[in-house]
Design a protein around this ligand. Sequence first.
Ligand code: BGC
Length: 403
Amino acid sequence: MQVYFPSSFLWGAALSSYQCEGQNYNCDWYLWEKEKNLEPAAKACEHYRLFRSDFELARQLNLNSLRISLEWSRIYSDPDTVVEKEIAHYWQVLDTLGDFKIKPLVTLHHFTNPLWFMGKDGWLVLRNIDYFLKYLCKAVEALHEKVDTWLIFNEPLVYIYNGFIEGIWPPGKRSVSDAKKALANIEAAYIEGYRHIKRIYRNEGKTVEVSLAKNLRDFLPAPGVQKPLNCLAASLRSYLFNFRLLDRLAKRNCLDFLGINYYCREYDRFKGVLGEELKEVVGAGRKNALGWYVNSQSFYKLLVKLKRYYLPIIITENGTAEKREQLYELYLTNHLESVGRAILDGVNIKGYLWWSLLDNFEWDKGFWPRFGLVEVDYSNSKRRIKPFAHIYAKICKERKLET
Ligand code: BGC
């Protein structure tokens, strides 16, 4: 199959501050690693220091866009203190992207929160969203000249599920009612944040595109005698995890496009209110190094489902961690083929960003999963472009995929 992509297509990769910058000591993840005795992010990829050469690598790979995130806990050292040198740092980062003609897509919240914010019970308290909005306004006002695409939150449902239901991420809660409260507050912060960003650009006579990066999974019923009940669990999980928030934000007219992160499918069985993911399903297909059922048909299926929002789509993350190099290439080309097929079927997809530009810190898993186009040697921070990245670079240049 041959697929051609539009000339305006965004070809890129994504990064997040905590996972690659290093030396981030003022946020909840820093404390969590210590308390839980996890592998610490520590200096991570030293991207804070090496961003220029990292962007040079991105340019070498023919990428014309990069998704980065700002670290709230660097910008506000406490509720009232803006650290101007950190704003200046991100200005420099964005300026450098401009030098390389790489379009930035900027995330304001990618899972991490300042320690002082969590000390006030963070997202569990409605009035705390004002702290987030203060940061949002400060960052957007300071950096708007360099940015025309903002993502207010990364994957709110993943954050809520891991932090408030499973308790495997900070703040380590296991409570459905806390999860509901935090999600409602994040939704409120999004809606207010959207309005603020629009106002700031309107006052400058400029336009801006605002969204969030929403993780989507293909939820399938586990096979077996229980299948009818499992169908129920899968469709409930799909609604709650994939579509509920998108539906609510779309109804309020505060999505300019859909930022979509897609990795895998999952199999569910009926259990309790929320159903349960089954990690082992006989005959369910290939798993990646993290044990995720990777499947590009599922990606295609979800993309087609998104037509009903009548909004442009940017794939803000798609990627995998594998043990064998050839599997990266297979995953990349299969998933790009799904994007291409979806475009042919009338899905308005504007861009594709691989997760991630660099191997980086994979949260509770530490550094072993390697998602990068570029390998990082953590002993000396040296970079090496991986073979599959050259294949991606060729596709980006020719805007053509042959499978
Ligand atoms: C997150 C990233 C994470 C990636 C791989 C996405 O859910 O946005 O922070 O590293 O998945 O797990």
